[in-house]
Design a protein around this ligand. Structure first.
Ligand code: TXA
Ligand code: MG
Length: 320
C-alpha cells in the first residue's frame, strides 16, 4: 500500500491497534512493527522473524515527550544526543520504566528508543497514538530490507500489511548507543558515524565484547545473504565468473563476475551505505553461490558497512 495515502495510513494504524503487525518504511531500513504496549502483538514479531526471544526490540516514538513514558530518567548526555540526532537514525538505550513489556526488552532493565525521521513512520506512530516496537523487517539473520519489494519477497504472503514509502535513504540500520552516567557506549555501528556522535558527547566507549547481556543482539553473525560472502581487497581476488561482485566504486577493468553491483561510482561512503543492503539482497536473489565484496575504507559510514560485511562473512566461516 502507498504509505503516503491517508487511507492506507489509517488502515495500518487500525491494524496495529487490533494487535496485528505492519511493515513500515524508515529512513534506515524497513521495520516490522507492533503496538509496543501489546505483548501479544509483539510476540508475533518474534514468531514471524523466527527471532530469538533474548534479542530486544527498538521502541519507535514520534514525539520527544514520549521518551519520558518509556524510561526512568533521561541522562544529560542522552538529552544532548536526542536534541542533535532526533528525528533520525540513532537509537539510545536507557533504563526502562516498568510499563514497557518485558517481551519488548527481552527481560532487560533497559529499553532502546529512537525517533525515526521518515514521514510515513512518524505519521503511522502518530495515528496509532502509541510507540511502535519494531526490528528490521527481515527473517532473523538475513539482510535488512530497504525497499517494500524486498519485504514482500522475504515473507511471501505471511505479512498482513506493507506500507510502501520508497527506498530507505540511509540504507543501513541506526547506530545504537547506551548511556550510563556520563559515559556513552557504542553497541552497533550504523547510519550516524561515530565521529559525529563524539562531537556532541566526547569520547565514546566500545561496549565490552564479553558483556553479552548488555547487547544480546550482538550475535557473531547477522545480516547474511544465502550465498557465501567473501571479503576481497580488489577484483583480482575474484576466482570464478559464476559469482556476484559487490564493488565499492566503478571497477577499473571488466570484472570476472557475471553479476556486478557498484555501491558508489565515485566511492562516496554515504551513497555506498544507501545501496549496501539493496545491492546485496539483489545479488543474492540472482542465485549466485558466492558473492565477492570489495573492502571499503573504515572511516565514517565505512565502519558500519565493514562491520556488516564481516558478520555476513562470519556466518559461512562458522558453518563451514
Ligand atoms: O534502523 C534501525 O534501527 C531499524 C529500524 C526499523 O528502526 N531497526 C533495527 O532493529 O535494526 P533490530 O531489532 O534489527 O536491531 C536492533 C538492535 C539489536 O541488535 C538489539 O539487540 C539492540 O538493537 N537493542 C535493542 N534494545 C536493546 C537494549 N535494551 N539493550 C541492548 N541492545 C538493544
Ligand atoms: Mg535487524
Amino acid at each position: 500500500m502507498d504509505g503516503y495515502d491517508p487511507a492506507s495510513l489509517l488502515k495500518a494504524a487500525t491494524t496495529l491497534r487490533e494487535g496485528e503487525l505492519v511493515v513500515f518504511p524508515t529512513e534506515t531500513v524497513y521495520g516490522l512493527g507492533a503496538d509496543a504496549f501489546n505483548p501479544i502483538a509483539v510476540a508475533k514479531i518474534f514468531e514471524l522473524k523466527k527471532r530469538p526471544h533474548f534479542d530486544p526490540l527498538i521502541v519507535h516514538i514520534a514525539h520527544m515527550q514520549s521518551v519520558e513514558k518509556l524510561v526512568l530518567n533521561v541522562p544529560a548526555q542522552a538529552r544532548r544526543l536526542m536534541e542533535r540526532f532526533w528525528p533520525g537514525p540513532l537509537t539510545i538505550i536507557m533504563e526502562k520504566q516498568g510499563m514497557v513489556p518485558d517481551i519488548v526488552t527481552a527481560g532487560l532493565k533497559t529499553v532502546g528508543v529512537r525517533m525515526p525521521s521518515h514521514p510515513v513512520a512518524l505519521a503511522l506512530i502518530k495515528a496509532l497514538g502509541r510507540p511502535v516496537a519494531a526490528p528490521s523487517a527481515n527473517p532473523f539473520g538475513y539482510m535488512s530490507p530497504t525497499k517494500a519489494g524486498h519485504v514482500a519477497r522475504m515473507f511471501a504472503d505471511r505479512v498482513p500489511l506493507i506500507l510502501d514509502g520508497g527506498p530507505s535513504t540511509h540504507g543501513i540500520e541506526s547506530t545504537v548507543v547506551s548511556v550510563r552516567g556520563d559515559t556513552v557506549y557504542v553497541h552497533r555501528y550504523g547510519a550516524v558515524p561515530l565521529e559525529e556522535i563524539e562531537r556532541v558527547v566526547g569520547d565514546l566507549q566500545e561496549k565490552e565484547k564479553g558483556s553479552i547481556c548488555e547487547a544480546p543482539g550482538e550475535l557473531p553473525y547477522h545480516y547474511a545473504p544465502h550465498a557465501r560472502l567473501v571479503i576481497i581487497r580488489s577484483q583480482e581476488d575474484i576466482r570464478t565468473s559464476e559469482s556476484g561482485f559487490l564493488a565499492f566504486k566503478n571497477p577499473e577493468r571488466e570484472p570476472l563476475s557475471k553479476h556486478v553491483r557498484v555501491l558508489s561510482a565515485e566511492g562516496d561512503l554515504r551513497e555506498a551505505a544507501a545501496h549496501f543492503f539493496s545491492h546485496l539482497i539483489e545479488l543474492d536473489q540472482e542465485g549466485v553461490d558466492v558473492i565477492y565484496a570489495e573492502r571499503v575504507p573504515e572511516i565514517g559510514l565505512g565502519r558500519a558497512i565493514m562491520e556488516r560485511l564481516r558478520k555476513a562473512a562470519q556466518k559461512h566461516t562458522a558453518r563451514a
